[in-house]
Design a protein around this ligand. Sequence first.
Ligand code: CDP
Ligand code: MG
Length: 140
Amino acid sequence: MATERTLSIIKPDATKRNLTGKINAKFEDAGLRIVAQKRIHLTPAQAGKFYEVHAERPFYGELCEFMASGPVVVQVLEGEGAIAKNREVMGATNPKDAAPGTVRADFAESVGENSVHGSDAPETAKEEIAYFFAGLELVG
Ligand code: CDP
Ligand code: MG
């Protein structure tokens, strides 16, 4: 499998509970390398643009408000099959369905406040990385 990069976000519910290090340890233990990372505070408009694909969904307003409610850590994870591997480490969207030991099983508070975002495909990974990082910030 090819080396890939994927966009990860540690969401406000997790930064608020000081879980960045514990979540990063799960990524690193799974063989994912954090090749870029920064802590930022999104505006609702910036969160809305990021989640534009969900604009018609009933939870969109709440999701944008939540993502702008506190700092997030945006990061680029690199590794063999990184997109699927990160989705595995994250666990299912709803923490009730997440496999034991995944980030969401261990840390998520609800289906909305579920601690992490991860890109779902190569094309979205590329777009999402470019939304947050300039080429010069990706040091490998
Ligand atoms: O994050 P993931 O790719 O697993 O799920 P998604 O279907 O792409 O949804 C994006 C985000 O919207 C989720 O991570 C949740 O924070 C939120 N969401 C929600 O609040 N209620 C739902 N029923 C589904 C998703
Ligand atoms: Mg998604």
